[in-house]
Every structure is written in structure tokens, then in C-alpha cells.
Design a protein. Structure first.
Length: 473
């Protein structure tokens, strides 16, 4: 190992040198580093300072970039969050719509159920009523109330057909209460009008398969009452069933007879249906003027048409409708009365009526054809070539012409029996009422339309009856 020789402090000109110990690298290096740290023997150079500044700037820029990145990341995250929220919102809206739809359906079902319970009456206890059939009730409600069918038929009946009685009957049930409602409803045929309308609705609106089930008529009436807010009132379902049963029977009977009838008979019945609805001379004249062939058929088959009319009279109405036998009995009284005062001359129906007309100062029964007018409904005489002809006029239209008075008289009587609402003018009212009262027909058929019995005719009838009763003794 080499050794360093360091000069000593010069004491003199020659100086003395001291020999140093051997060199230890480890010790020197450590000492150098320690001295550098303690004494800062090597200060930083300019390049290091710049480098630090550059590093600072770069660190600032990096921090700014990091912030921008953070902002961008945050913005992207926010956008994603917004998109997610938007998607969730749309999903919620769709879910809400679905829930609203379901809620609407549920509410509709609940309302329908509530309506059904209301229609059945709030006092009904469905749990306690073992016979209550909810499905049957719902079917009836759907057919007549839910689709407004019964309301449509009611409006047609009241507005189009001017059924005032039905309108008044419904008004009584909706506005009146207690015993007063009962008394008013079962008067003036209000109840008949309502039951007739309900029977028509029940047959036409409710299918036969539903009508066959138990309680169907009862549920139908309850639907009607509650739909029109009629409270504390019950309609008779058995009465409704009887009306429907009789109507269906008549319809079936009509269809069965129509299959076996000839075209001629069907044509005669069609004329009869039109005839019974006529109320004035103008209606009949217009009908005949538009169809000359039908008028001729009416004339030739008049007696057959009257026979059809007699057959179609309901049993309960046979007492009311005048019968030909009674009319013949009344005509016999005319002849008997004439014989009492004039036993020698000819005893014909015409002479007997003319005798009574003159005796009681009544209007001329058989005037001349010159007196025919637009509202005529009676028998007129015509003289031509010394020949007397009798003509039955409706308005200015001759229906039947014959030299035999009895034949024309029979047609006139039968025509007015079939057309109970057909008016008779003043100059023929006395003749018609005289024959009807002498025949002892029902009081409602001694007059036509709304006319009242004439006093002169009533007085003449009383005297004739008294004379005939004395002659019989």
C-alpha cells in the first residue's frame, strides 16, 4: 500500500515532513460525502434549476390536463348518468302508462261491478242471495242497458210514434212517490202502456237462450228500474212473462197460418191491415187512387176481408165489436116498428128507416148523389132512366153500387165496424147511431171516433123500444 507524505509546517528553511497512515478508500469517500452534505461544497448549477422549473411547469400542465380529463370523465359520467336517468324515466313512463291502462281497466271493471250492484239495488245482499246469478245479470245488462238499446227504443216510441201514454207513465214512476204513484200509475192505462213496451224490449233485445233461464225477466225489470232511477217500486215479472208468452204464441200462430194460406188470402189480409188504420176519407182516397188494382180487389173480396176481420178479433173483444147477428136484430126492430103504424105497405128496410126518419124529424138518411162531398161516409141515391141506384161513397169515391138497398147497407155497416176510428159526417151520424142502438151493441161502438150520442136519436130509440115492448105484450 502506498503512503502519502505531507509537508509539515515549516519551522525553518528546511522544513520537516511527517509520514501519514495508509489510504482507506471507504473512509475517504464517506468523509467526502459527509463534508459535501455539511458544508455544501458543491452548490446547484444553473442547469438543474432550469430543469426544476421545467419539471414544475410540466407538473402544472399535467395537473391541468388531469383536471380536464377529470372534467371530461365527469362530464361523460354525468351524460351517461343522464342517459341512464332518461332511460329509467322513459321506462318509468312506460311502466306508468301500463299501470294507468291496467288501473283504467280495473276501474272500468270496478265501475261496471258497482253499476251492476247499483242496478241490482243497494239493499240487495249478494252474499246472502244464493239464487243471484251475476253472469246472467251481466248478460241482460249488456244487451239492454250498456249499449243503450232500450233507451233508443224508448225515444223511438215517444218521439216518432208519439206514445204520450208511455211517456206519462214513465214520468209518474220517476217523479211521484208512495201511494200517489201507485194510484196514478194504475189508472188511464199507464201500466198497460209500460208493460207493453217492456214486453217488446224483452222479446227483441234479450236472446231466447237467456230468456229461458230463471230470474231473467226479474233481472231485466231491475235493470230498467235502476237505469231510470225509479226507486221503491217493483214491476211484476210474472205479468211481463204472460204478455211475452201470449205475443210469441200469436206470432207463431200467424207464421204457421201464413205458410198454409194462399196468395189471395194473404193479399186480403194485407188490405185489412191497412184498412183498420185509416181514420179519414182523404187517407182512403189517396190509398185507392195510387193503386187502382188494389181498390178493385177490395171491392170484389170485401166480404172475405170482413170475415178475416171477425176471425182476428180477440176473445175478450168479441163482446165489444158489433156482430152481424145483432145488427140484423136491430134491422128487424125497424121493420116491426113500421108494421105497427103501417101494416099494409111494403115492409122493406129502406121504407122502415125512411118512416122513422120522418116521424122523429131526423136528417135525411139517403140523400141524393148531388150532396156528395169530400168527407162523405154514407149511402146516396141516384135516379136514372126511372131506375133507383144506391151508392156507398167514401169522400167522392164510390165504393159499392147496387140496385139492392140491403146489399149496399150491409157493406156500409161492415165497413164502419172494421174502421172504428173512421169519422162519419153529421148527415149520416143519426142513421148509424140509430141502427147501433137498436141492435144493443156495446156502448163504446154506438158512435164513431170521439163523437157523443145524439139526443134526438136517443129519444127516438126510447120511444121505439117502448112501442115494441107494448106490442109484444
Amino acid at each position: 500500500m502506498s503512503s502519502f507524505i505531507t509537508p509539515m509546517d515549516e519551522d525553518g528553511p528546511n522544513g520537516n515532513y511527517e509520514e501519514l497512515p495508509p489510504y482507506d478508500e471507504t473512509t475517504d469517500v464517506d468523509l467526502i460525502q459527509i463534508n459535501i452534505k455539511k458544508k455544501n461544497l458543491f452548490p446547484p448549477c444553473v442547469d438543474e434549476t432550469k430543469e426544476k422549473e421545467i419539471k414544475k411547469k410540466s407538473s402544472v400542465q399535467n395537473s391541468r390536463l388531469n383536471k380536464k380529463k377529470d372534467k371530461m370523465v365527469l362530464t361523460g359520467t354525468t351524460q351517461q348518468a343522464q342517459n341512464t336517468l332518461m332511460g329509467q324515466t322513459q321506462h318509468r313512463e312506460i311502466t306508468q302508462q301500463a299501470q294507468n291502462t291496467l288501473m283504467g281497466q280495473t276501474k272500468h271493471m270496478e265501475i261496471t261491478q258497482q253499476v251492476q250492484h247499483t242496478l241490482m239495488g243497494q239493499t240487495r245482499n249478494n252474499n246472502g242471495d244464493k239464487n243471484f246469478d251475476s253472469s246472467l245479470f251481466s248478460s241482460i245488462y249488456m244487451h239492454c242497458i250498456e249499449n243503450h238499446q232500450i233507451e233508443t227504443k224508448l225515444n223511438q216510441e215517444i218521439d216518432n210514434k208519439a206514445n204520450i201514454v208511455l211517456s206519462e207513465a214513465l214520468k209518474i214512476l220517476r217523479t211521484q212517490n208512495g201511494n200517489e204513484r201507485e194510484l196514478l200509475f194504475f189508472s188511464n192505462n199507464y201500466d198497460k202502456a209500460l208493460y207493453s213496451f217492456l214486453a217488446d224490449c224483452y222479446i227483441t233485445l234479450i236472446p231466447q237462450s237467456i230468456r229461458k233461464k230463471d230470474f231473467s225477466s226479474k233481472y231485466f225489470l231491475e235493470c230498467f228500474l235502476n237505469n231510470y232511477s225509479i226507486q221503491n217500486f217493483k214491476l211484476d215479472d210474472k205479468r211481463l212473462q204472460n204478455i211475452c208468452r201470449s205475443r210469441i204464441y200469436r206470432i207463431k200462430k200467424t207464421h204457421s197460418t201464413m205458410k198454409n194460406e194462399s196468395k189471395e188470402v194473404l193479399r186480403e189480409k194485407a188490405i185489412l191491415r191497412k184498412l183498420v188504420k185509416i181514420t179519414s176519407t182523404s187517407e182512403l182516397c189517396i190509398l185507392c187512387a195510387t193503386n187502382a188494382e188494389e181498390l178493385e180487389h177490395f171491392r170484389t173480396s170485401f166480404m172475405n176481408i170482413f170475415d178475416h176481420f171477425v176471425k182476428t178479433v180477440p176473445p175478450r173483444m168479441k163482446i165489444v165489436v158489433p156482430s152481424i147477428l145483432k145488427i140484423k136484430g136491430g134491422c128487424e126492430k125497424v121493420l116491426e116498428y113500421k108494421k105497427i103504424y103501417d101494416p099494409i105497405s111494403d115492409h122493406t128496410l129502406e121504407n122502415g128507416l125512411i118512416f122513422i126518419q120522418k116521424k122523429f124529424n131526423l136528417k135525411e138518411f139517403f140523400p141524393s148523389v148531388r150532396k156528395v162531398c169530400g168527407n162523405s161516409n154514407g149511402i146516396y141515391r141516384q135516379y136514372k132512366n126511372d131506375k133507383r141506384t144506391y151508392i156507398f161513397f167514401i169522400g167522392t169515391m164510390p165504393l159499392f153500387t147496387n140496385t139492392n138497398f140491403d146489399s149496399v147497407m150491409e157493406c156500409w155497416i161492415k165497413f164502419n165496424i172494421m174502421t172504428k176510428n173512421f169519422k162519419i159526417p153529421e148527415h149520416h151520424k143519426e142513421l148509424y147511431q140509430l141502427i147501433m142502438q137498436l141492435s144493443n151493441v156495446h156502448r163504446s161502438r154506438t158512435t164513431k171516433g170521439r163523437s157523443e150520442p145524439l139526443r134526438k136519436v136517443t129519444a127516438a130509440i126510447q120511444e121505439i123500444e117502448n112501442i115494441l115492448s107494448k106490442g109484444a105484450r
